[in-house]
Ligand binder design. Sequence first.
Ligand SMILES: [Fe+2]
Length: 310
Amino acid sequence: MAMTGVLRPGHAQVRVLDLEEAVHHYRDILGLVETGRDAQGRVYFKCWDERDHNSFILRQADRAGLDFFGFKVLDKATLEKLDADLQAYGVKTERIPAGEMLETGERVRFEIPSGHLIELYAEKTTVGNGCGIVNPVAWHADSERGIAPVRLDHALLYGPNVAAVQKLFTEVLGFFVVEQVLNPDSTANLAIWLSCSHKVHDIAFAEYPEPGKLHHCSFLLETWEEVLRAGDIMSVNKVPVDIGPTRHGVTRGCTIYAWDPSGNRFETFMGGYQPYPDYEAPLTWTFDNFGQGLDYPQRKLHESFLTIVT
Ligand SMILES: [Fe+2]
């Protein structure tokens, strides 16, 4: 599909309890590339195949969780238009000046009805993926260092008012609902998977009483063998695993959920299909089949999936 408006997830800033322990986890075990540290003490990472300077930022704090999740938009004119559209819709926006995050332009920040801070930005310095752009090489040492995901793919966020979040993302930001899970009496959505692209999800939300909660940030691998290899690396390094390796019914992604040393859940996954705007959508899961949606082979609604968030 033509890519305009919001392009993709661009960055997540996550709070951790012990910065160096977290750096070891994300750099040496997950295999992200450390790209900088700023005056606030934040540590910046990218996945090896990402072209922009950073996509995942750690900040030490007293409690774990998500500070904000940002999307890159096509250009500065798009950023101005989306800011105006948000304000016209009744959303209060705030400008974060260029340079507040390393190598990142001005950001438009706003709180959504689930209590999460979402950002839009148009500029982040291109540093490349190390493979070159003329006769690019197909292999890079960083592609096999640690679990080595290719990109920050999406996040699942827990909070109240999923219906209002769905309306905002679809009516103002140009997303569409790819899949949905109905509540037990099938009167409203309990969870939604939203895409701004050809991906099966760029962000997802689940209804939860507490606002602003992080369920997981997700990192993309390219093959099922790489997911199994990720499981091996987690086991060798004694990373606590939540679920998997298994396949989701929702999105058909093949996954492992695990926790970082601060208790933030992260996902390494591959697969899923690629929806187009003319497809019959959304795909719908009734609540009694959500166990199959979460864990297709076991058909099990894991308690931890529903209750453990940061
Ligand atoms: Fe996920």
